[in-house]
Write a protein that binds this ligand. Structure first.
Ligand code: CUA
Length: 160
């Protein structure tokens, strides 16, 4: 079989790129512990309001016995519920979020709080906010005409 030398060269380059990218991924997975989210937890999106955790009256901020906080949020076209979240600075906060309808995202600019909200799954992020202030919690996955108006207020109070 005849293979044009130029084509052969590009076959080698393609293979080298695949090997190179796989090596980078493996390196960061092992050295920097960069991995896909490990919390795989399913939930019935349609019946969120009937669940123990994501019913309307259960949403919001809860203080745990160890001093950390858990924030339960439902995302639905077009808003995050609750609309106002208040947590102290420099304290571990675990967000547990679920979408009631379509794919949404959540993103708090100037912090490392960001995740996708895939219908049917619970998204969980643990972080802490070093600086007190008022932040906005935005949707960053296009979810329909009201996408631009989908946000909540996040207030980080000085820790006592
Ligand atoms: Cu929700 Cu965009």
């Amino acid at each position: 079989m005849h293979v044009d030398p130029l084509e052969k060269k590009w076959v080698y380059i393609s293979i080298a790129m695949v090997v190179f990218f796989t090596a980078i991924l493996t390196f960061y997975a092992i050295v920097a512990n960069v991995n896909p989210p490990s919390n795989v937890e399913t939930v019935d999106s349609v019946g969120l309001h009937l669940t123990d955790e994501f019913a309307e009256e259960k949403l919001g901020v809860k203080k745990n016995d160890d001093g950390s906080y858990t924030v339960t949020v439902v995302a639905a076209r077009y808003g995050f519920f609750p609309q106002r979240i208040e947590v102290p600075a420099k304290t571990p906060v675990t967000f547990r979020l679920a979408s009631a309808d379509v794919l949404h995202g959540v993103h708090v600019p100037f912090t490392n709080m960001a995740t996708m909200l895939v219908p049917g799954y619970v998204s969980q992020v643990t972080t802490s906010f070093p600086k007190p202030g008022e932040y906005s919690l935005f949707c960053n996955e296009y979810c329909g005409l009201g996408h631009d108006h989908m946000w909540s207020r996040l207030i980080v109070t000085p820790s006592s």
